[in-house]
Design a protein around this ligand. Structure first.
Ligand code: ATP
Ligand code: MG
Length: 265
């Protein structure tokens, strides 16, 4: 079976202001099958956004390679929709204008009416149809994040790359959006790479959870609960609790080790 995304021996570093090389990703290997939902779980600074920036094509691997449909990534493409950690909406465009902007790039053949229908559909999905004529600076952080989610979903691309897309959204809406993204991705066989700090979120959404430690993959876990997943039913099962405990100890041991190492410096 061919993989949708193949990450092979990926290495990436940043050059600090003092010209020191800082390795942000080392020896990353990961194969993602088409239609799978992969959650990247890891502490702050371990390289999650860097990995997403390479998958999106905004950064290039320094060594190793990343293939999509067997082709090396050459830059951003309309096969991938991205929700950035800091939403990055255009401040000079309305909510509607922001969502429409992406659609114009991805769906050049669409007539105006078809584009407008897409905008409406996805703004309604994230509960923001009433805010369509507002500008980003008139919205709360959580609302801006929902616009960014609508903009990405409206591209209807094969691949969705989402960097903590629900971080600023309140728990009730967050659950609705988790269910929306899960349903849309499964119904449309999308391949998703979704960064989160939240173990429950990862267990609700993921086929595979990749736990990162600084610059590396620590562990890859397959999560085989059936979809659609109902959180209230899942959380009380022994399997869920066992996985939660495992992820909790993996995640927090990494965080505690880091704090310990920093204290020793
Ligand atoms: N432009 C940059 N220049 C130099 N170093 C950077 C740059 N961007 C990120 N880094 C460093 O690379 C490491 C990984 O950063 P990255 O943003 O990928 O982490 P992250 O896992 O997404 O963290 P968070 O959960 O806080 O978003 C961090 O140590 C960070 O300080
Ligand atoms: Mg990040």
């Amino acid at each position: 079976m061919a993989f949708k995304i193949e990450i092979k021996n990926l290495y990436f570093d940043y050059l600090s202001s003092k010209k020191k090389i800082f390795p942000a990703l080392e020896n990353i290997n990961l194969n993602i099958e088409e239609g799978k939902f992969v959650c990247i779980l890891g502490a702050s600074g371990c390289g999650k956004s860097t990995l997403l920036s390479i998958l999106s094509g905004l950064n290039k691997a320094k060594s190793g390679e990343v293939l999509i449909d067997n082709k090396k990534i050459e830059g951003p493409g309309i096969d991938r929709a991205v929700v950035f950690q800091h939403y990055s909406l255009f401040p000079f465009l309305t909510v509607k204008g922001n969502v429409l902007f992406g659609i114009k790039q991805a769906k050049k053949k669409y007539k105006r009416k078809e584009r407008e229908a897409l905008v409406k559909k996805y703004l309604k999905n994230v509960g923001l149809l009433d805010a369509q004529n507002k500008y980003p600076n008139e919205l709360s952080g959580g609302m801006q994040q929902r616009v960014a989610v609508a903009r990405a979903l409206a591209l209807e691309s094969d691949i969705l790359l989402m960097d903590e897309p629900f971080g600023a959204i309140d728990p009730r809406l967050r659950l609705e959006l988790q269910e929306l993204v899960s349903k849309l991705s499964k119904d449309n066989n999308k391949t998703v790479v979704f960064v989160t700090h939240d173990i429950d979120e990862a267990l609700l959404l993921a086929d595979t959870i990749v736990v990162m430690e600084p610059s590396k993959i620590k562990e890859v876990l397959n999560i085989d609960f059936e979809f659609p997943r109902i959180r209230e039913e899942l959380v009380s099962t022994p399997k869920y609790q066992e996985l939660y405990k495992k992820l909790f100890s993996l995640f927090y041991n990494i965080v505690l080790n880091e704090i310990h190492e920093e204290a020793m410096l």
